[in-house]
Design a protein around this ligand. Structure first.
Ligand code: SF4
Length: 361
């Protein structure tokens, strides 16, 4: 992992707080848990933008908000603002470029399929992992997101769906800009807030955390028995092939990563999803598929095969469907279920970091 980068001073937003933290914050003001619940509802269910205008909050709470949020309504001034909302040609994918309070930009994607909506969230500005085919990896690491900045993306997506009269989000994937397990604490706090049944109520089984192989984070997820789905990006089944695509494997080798996956499985008995970006002529041969099957032996695994989303900084091309099917067939014969993911939203630069990179150019 790269050296730690200085973080900007933390400006705490009410969206950073779990329900219990919010209660503690207000206990000193003599505000009962019941009334804090009303504030939580305004924040995470009604998705109110101006809390000082929320008339169903008790007077002491209203006074606190007026004093602490100030005339400029500090709560809403900390929310991300939308720079662009680009829809794919088929209208099923929307990509939002959002500006954070300090001017940094992140991407959030909403994908719709048969009336169900999934948001793909960012967890960092940029990323330190440097995967060669990834636009976010190509831009480097800028900073971690605060829990509230992750929660705010869910809020933004929910409001966008609501404005169109659509149902709320059903699934979340942490697969946008950044490596979630490199920002572990903030991500876990955000997920606690998002899955709280009094607010967004997106259950842990509907949430997937994607990692490129941060071994201590995987072990911690297992140790803490976190109830979320785990997706591990592999892309190569030998040390050499993987490290050519995923530089972080010089820090945590493929052998260490697989040991961590086995430890995770032994502790949680949960299925692990493995992500494999299919790159023509690089990692898409039947022999490589065979090696992958051997590598996953002993695990309850599902493999997601994702034809490459082309980026300006990497010359590789996506595997054609015929070769993808042949790759899948080998896995099937070895007894592993797999899915070839549609390259949805390619016309909106849906690979993570692509829209931000384009805007910067
Ligand atoms: S693929 Fe994910 S982990 Fe790799 S550089 Fe991109 S954002 Fe980071």
């Amino acid at each position: 992992m790269t050296a730690a980068v200085a973080q900007p001073p933390v400006i705490r937003s009410l969206l950073d707080l779990t329900f219990e933290e919010l209660q503690q914050e207000f206990v000193a003001f003599g505000i009962s848990p019941l009334h804090v619940r009303a504030l939580w509802r305004s924040l995470h269910r009604k998705l109110a933008g101006d809390l000082t205008a929320e008339t169903d909050l008790v007077p002491p709470l209203q006074r606190w908000l007026k004093i602490n949020l100030g005339p400029a309504n500090r709560f809403s001034s900390l929310l991300p603002t939308q720079i662009t909302d680009i829809a794919s040609e088929d209208g099923f994918t929307h990509k939002f470029l959002l500006r954070l309070a300090d001017g940094q930009t992140i991407e959030t994607v909403v994908m719709s399929y048969q009336g169900r909506h999934t948001a793909c969230l960012s967890t960092q500005v940029g990323c330190a992992m440097g995967c060669v085919f990834c636009a976010t990896g190509q831009m480097g690491f800028v900073r971690h997101l605060q829990p509230g900045e992750i929660v705010a993306q869910v809020r933004h997506a929910q409001l966008a769906l609501r404005a169109k009269g659509k149902a709320g989000l059903r699934n979340l994937v942490l697969m946008g800009m950044g490596e979630p397990l490199h920002n572990y604490d903030a991500v876990m706090t955000a997920l606690e807030i998002i899955s709280d049944h009094r607010g967004h109520n997106i259950g842990p089984s509907k949430i997937s955390i994607s990692t490129v192989g941060v071994v201590p984070g995987i072990l911690r997820l297992a140790e803490e028995q976190r109830p979320y789905n785990l997706a591990v990006s592999l892309h190569g089944a030998t040390e050499e092939e993987r490290s050519a695509l995923v530089p972080i494997s010089h820090r945590w080798s493929l052998a260490e990563l697989m040991d961590a996956c086995h430890a995770y499985f032994a502790k949680t008995r949960r299925r692990i999803f493995f992500e494999w970006t299919l790159i023509a002529g690089v990692n898409d041969s039947p022999a490589q598929s065979n090696r992958l099957a051997k590598l996953l032996s002993g695990l309850d695994a599902h493999i997601n095969l994702i034809p490459l989303n082309p980026t300006g900084g990497y010359g590789g091309a996506a595997t054609q469907m015929e070769a993808a099917q042949a790759f899948k067939k080998v896995l099937q014969v070895a007894g592993f279920p797999s899915t070839i993911r549609q390259r949805r939203g390619i016309d909106v630069a849906a690979g993570c970091g692509q829209l931000r990179a384009e805007k910067h150019r």
